[in-house]
Design a protein around this ligand. Sequence first.
Ligand SMILES: *Cc1c(COP(=O)(O)O)cnc(C)c1O
Length: 364
Amino acid sequence: MIKVTTPLLPDLDELHGLLKEVWQSEMITNCGPLHERLEQELADYLKVPYISLYANGTLPLLAAIRMSGVTGEVITTPYTFIATSHAIWWSGLKPVFVDVDPSTGCIDPDKIEQAITPNTTAILAVHVYGTPCDTARIAEIAERHHLKVIYDAAHAFGVEKDGRSILTEGDVSTLSFHATKVFNTIEGGALVTNGEEMKKKADLMRNFGIEDEVTVSAVGINSKMDEMRAAYGLVALRKVEEAIENRRRVAMHYREALAGIDGIRIPEEQKGVKSNYSYFPIYVEDSYRMSRDQLYEKMKAAGVYGRRYFYPLITEFEPYSTLPSAACGNLPVAHSLAESVICLPIHHKLTDMDMETVIKQIKP
Ligand SMILES: *Cc1c(COP(=O)(O)O)cnc(C)c1O
């Protein structure tokens, strides 16, 4: 069986060594020494000024919304994992869906302004598949309308544009370190901020808003990463560069082998972007010799488990489906991507033989 991804596991002996330190210190959570070390190492690796670790990738979305004082309506994309819009809804806010750009799958800046109302206070965009949004256009629109910008960067670990981390764009960015992501701590996540003040808020948010023994200054929620997961992350981080390099090799091979097949569209690589090769989406268009779902089933029958990320669109699910912005006619591009996409297996352990098996299913 060829899975779409497999977790990047840390070396067991090295992990054991670090866990011994945890046992000796008897500090198992509440921002212990390994937690602090992982924050520092991630800040260095990702080239970001401030990062706050979280227990998963959904809680920093909630924290980002709350600490940015977002109210009313939030402009967002339907072409993402359900956590993105759930974070808006869970916060008691209204998502307003905007269509996406067919070449990137990210929110289409040309469609944002017409969705802004007097109640709009923020844009929650997603660097889907790790492909950077048009951050310059989004920043310009946000500035003109006094909106906060939050990036769900769950797919964008280590992604750079023109030599700068994509995670420094917007007011805050969030990461997921779930087992299925390029870098994982089993469950985990982070909030990336650009200033000391925001970092302090992000730290308060994850620990009930507790400042010190006698001061609680915000309505925070428990979303701390424990020392076991920090240890796992520290050891896994040593292997992430090599894992991304292996993913790059897979992506290059697919790109070459699947080029020029009638009805198979592969998104172009963006100029100036250092990718993490977290996903490899292909779009099965009408001129292909079978439908997307037929190809998906054919692959499965041969033991190749691609995934139809992101199908169905978020706007097909309750409670979003009845919102005016969820109407099909408002989101034609997102619908066409959702109905034609298959994400091919890509991970650090995929072998040449695996790749050939995948390619054989698609090539005429
Ligand atoms: C994985 C993911 C999340 C949520 O992350 P968890 O760590 O599973 O909570 C959020 N947004 C997107 C786009 C994701 O892919």
